[in-house]
Design a protein around this ligand. Structure first.
Ligand code: ATP
Length: 341
């Protein structure tokens, strides 16, 4: 559905060259929810804006829904954009128009007759859960409702691809979740391909099938979300995964344990799928001469299955700890010793 080949973008500003995107190759499948995560300045916005021609690559080609976006211009690009729509962090609604009129706007531009338009807008209002709010103005809506209008407007012309530019970054956690659930629902019901950019791993964890991690304009890691959670290869990916698996309370508990028990080790165990059913802790206590304290545990759901993390503190003789770590590694359970200094 989407293919980027050797795509680079260099901005030239006041004599300086800034490489925003650096030799990116990427394929996104039809019906997939694909996430791009990175810190500020990594090149995510530039990358997503190249998917609908808001930016043109300096090098390489961008093909979306069979349109060679990097090559087309004018009327052809406008036509292609009806199939590749976008929602934004700050919603970009027309403030002097009602909800109904905002959603109707792209249909007017596409030349749809008024009676058909009204029926289509009604359908979209129902789809995004805004029944009864058609005559409200954006200023009368909550953030979540505004984004629902943005989504309805983006879906008006039956696009094949929906691009989401930090679509939940301005929303509180609960509203974020309800918008993410709406996106999953739309993806399933309409088979729509969704590409989103974010700096929050929670967003990736909750709705994406695959994720690409961006750093300094490059994709440094890419894979199914569950695989990336289970086995993050790059330091930056590990940091993003920790946003979800290691809440502040865990860090505090680890510091507390390190103070209380300066000996021993704090260990992060990760369980995926069937390994969650393994009575690992019971076996550790039974088979090794160790003290075991549970620090904190959490199970996260991803679109590809569940993923559990458990932090434990173990104490005992060094060779016994080493034997225990070797045993855990054989149980298809991820194990990482946390530096508790
Ligand atoms: N129009 C522009 N002119 C010059 N430099 C730009 C332009 N747009 C982006 N850049 C630069 O390109 C780099 C990547 O920016 P980009 O906005 O794509 O990153 P990002 O990951 O989306 O970050 P953010 O979330 O902060 O927007 C940055 O160094 C940025 O300053």
């Amino acid at each position: 559905m989407i293919t980027l080949s050797k795509v680079s973008k260099i901005f030239r500003a006041s004599g300086e060259a800034i490489q925003a995107v650096d030799d990116v190759n990427l394929s996104i499948n039809q019906g997939e929810i694909f996430g791009v995560i990175g810190y500020s300045g990594a090149g995510k916005s530039t990358l997503i804006r190249m998917l609908n021609g808001l930016e043109t690559p300096t090098e390489g080609s961008v093909v979306v829904a069979e349109h060679n976006i990097s090559k087309i211009k004018g009327a052809m690009l406008r036509k292609a954009r009806q199939e590749i729509s976008m929602i934004f962090q700050h919603f970009n609604l027309l403030w002097s128009r009602t909800v109904h009129e905002n959603i109707s706007f792209p249909l007017e531009i596409a030349g749809m007759p008024k009676n058909e338009r009204d029926a289509r807008v009604k359908e979209l209002i129902n789809l995004v859960g805004l029944e009864g709010r058609g005559n409200a103005y954006p200023s009368q809506l909550s953030g979540g409702q505004k984004q629902r209008v943005g989504i309805a407007r983006a879906l008006a012309n039956d696009p094949k691809v929906l691009l989401c530019d930090e679509a939940t970054s301005a929303l509180d956690p609960q509203t974020t979740d309800s918008i993410l659930e709406l996106l999953v629902d739309i993806n399933k019901r309409l088979g729509l391909t969704i590409v989103l950019i974010t700096h929050e791993m929670h967003v990736i964890r909750k709705i994406c099938h695959r994720v690409a991690v961006m750093e300094s304009g490059r994709i440094v890691e890419l894979g199914p979300v569950l695989d990336v959670f289970r086995n993050p290869a790059q330091q930056i990916t590990k940091r993003f995964v920790r946003q979800v698996t290691e809440p502040e309370a865990t860090k505090e508990a680890i510091v507390h344990l390190a103070e209380r028990y300066p000996e021993g080790k704090v260990i992060q165990l990760t369980f995926v799928g069937e390994s969650t059913e393994n009575p690992l802790i019971a076996n550790l206590i039974r088979n090794f001469d160790l003290d075991v304290n549970i620090v904190q545990g959490k199970i996260s759901q991803t679109q590809n299955g569940s993923y559990g993390t458990l932090y434990i503190h173990i104490d005992g003789k060094n060779d016994e700890i080493t034997r225990a770590l070797e045993y855990i590694e054989k149980q298809q359970v991820g194990v990482e010793v946390i530096d508790n200094e």
